[in-house]
Design a protein around this ligand. Structure first.
Ligand code: FES
Length: 237
């Protein structure tokens, strides 16, 4: 295997040619934060949280997609890098439904953790127009809340990796949002309820549906039929 010699944070390394900066850094035990990256499934450089400084480059580069070259010198945690990541988080939060305390993912949310790590508090740095999206809770297993979506596209890639591919990004620019073709709900497309989109969502935009209350009510209601499915949920009819 052909190797290239690089320096990360002053540390000399020899890594396989064709590696990305992120792979090289992880190989060396250096952590670079990511939000949209999913190894071999979603490597699209969408979120820009993983940006690093490369000596000689005119701007910061996304470590998850940028390949290493012979002699490359990389800084993964310089003040410029930290400032950029913080700004990116503030911009993401500016259109994010910041109801963390009542969010089912609170304490288990990648965005929330990064904001904490970078000292980005729940303050509105960038006020402006926001789009409100209705929930999609039409399927038996999940709830999609696009108000918490950060457009990382992990769910889209995970759905495609399952050979299902029923979700994608609709519209352009500020109007971009994840959904089904022709704005149909998930119950109107051949979603198979595999749950991979939920597992890979870094925020509370996709969560498992909790029908516990309905099930308990139905169990005590002789006029209701409770169908227990093997996976992934319980349905009340
Ligand atoms: Fe690299 Fe999102 S993790 S751009």
């Amino acid at each position: 295997m052909k190797m290239v010699n690089i320096k990360i944070n002053g540390m000399s390394l020899s890594v396989p040619k064709g590696s990305t900066i992120l792979e090289a850094a992880r190989y060396a035990g250096i952590e670079i934060p990511t939000l949209c990256y999913l190894k071999e499934i979603n490597e699209i450089g969408a979120c820009r949280i993983c940006v690093v400084e490369v000596k000689g480059a005119r701007s910061l580069v996304a470590a998850c997609v940028y390949p290493v070259n012979e002699g490359m010198e990389i800084e993964t945690n310089s003040p410029k890098v930290q400032q950029s990541r913080k700004l990116t988080l503030e911009l993401i939060l500016s259109t994010h439904d910041r109801k963390c305390l009542s969010c089912v993912r609170s304490g288990n949310c990648e965005l929330q953790k990064l904001c904490k790590d970078f000292g980005v508090e729940d303050e509105t740095y960038y006020e402006g127009e926001n789009i409100h999206y209705d929930f999609d809770d039409t399927t038996i297993h999940l709830v999609r809340d696009n108000n918490k979506c950060i457009l990382c596209r992990r769910c889209v890639a995970a759905c495609a990796a399952q050979d299902i591919g029923v979700i994608g990004v609709a519209a352009r620019g500020f109007d971009s949002h994840v959904g089904c073709t022709f704005e149909r709900s998930l119950s109107e497309v051949p979603c198979v309820s595999c749950g991979q989109c939920i597992v890979n969502c870094p925020t509370g935009a996709l969560t498992e549906k909790d029908d516990t209350d309905k099930v308990w009510a139905a169990l005590n209601d002789p006029t209701k039929t409770v169908i227990v499915q093997t996976a992934p949920s319980i349905r009340v009819t």
